[in-house]
Design a binder for this molecule. Sequence first.
Ligand SMILES: [Zn+2]
Ligand SMILES: [Zn+2]
Length: 379
Amino acid sequence: MSMDITFLGTGSAYPSPHRGASALVLRTEGDCWLFDCGEGTQTQLMKSQLKASRITKVFISHLHGDHLFGLPGLLCTISLNWSSAPSQTPVDIYGPCGLRHFLRVALGLSGSQLLFPYAVHELEPTPDQCPPDAFLHPLAALPCDEHLHPQELPGRTLTLDSADECYTLLEDEHFLVKAFRLFHRLPSFGFAVQEQERPGRLNTQLLKELGVKPGPVYGRLKAGESVTLDDGRVVTPGQVLERPIPGRKVCVLGDCSALVGQAGVLHVCQGADLLVHEATLSDEHQERAVEHGHSTPSMAAEVARACRPRTLVLHHFSQRYKPAGLRVEEDAGSEADGSKDNGDVMELKRQAEGALQGTGVQVVLAEDFLTLSIPIKRP
Ligand SMILES: [Zn+2]
Ligand SMILES: [Zn+2]
């Protein structure tokens, strides 16, 4: 199964001509899962190779506008361009408490009707995810389930499982998706998408030697079933299956200056293929970054150092960092403090790499429309 991730917006705070607001898509066999949906995400989608109509799940890390303001508009546009008959398959939307109400108000007051149902599954934050004054967010306190939007299906309310410090969002034959807590100006979440381990390949040479002919028997063995041959011999999957193929893991963290329930977060993110972490400002501006609930490259590297992903991808850059291809001279010297931070985004990469020296973790800077494929692991 092919798997890749495409960044649609890598800027913080607002969309600019150089960087869209936060959004990325994880694609598996054409199915698209959208993580965050800042303003302008739908036009970024149109510029990409991805199809908005293939979005089946949306994950919102937190309720700041640069991660959310694009969602009502995107849902409406998907509906406008809906070519088939009205669908019965709901779009599942996951995000913090308050998200249901936000969509109900935005879609309801604008008289927006959708050609597909949707359900919002809300994550209940804990008070240690933000400064005390931000926790009693007015939206979170509003009654949730009284007047559903006409196309809205009741969603689940997901609570923290104290055993693993995570929320279980979904589990099926292909994926296990968990959420975990982050500290930010508003309660923020990260998501860990774990592909399920798959049975190894059938050793066809060995099957031939055993006299097993190709046919439905192959499928049964692959599904883990023992089969009895015509001559009474029993062939077990253990005999003819190669080692199972480990699942891939992608972790996408929302805005944060710290992890909450650190042991659980590091456990669920351990050994990820990709760890996507924000780096809003450079190390020189750590104090300002933390004050606003954000991270620097070294702070992101610290998380990566603890959970050892194959690749750390940095994104959510302050709009002062233009994409690497653009001239940075206009910004040079704008800092009067003599720091190395002259608006050169490559400096963020150097800082993360410096902090990860000797770990083997690769650092990648995300840019709008960058696609990273996640290859199948070897057994
Ligand atoms: Zn943000
Ligand atoms: Zn934020």
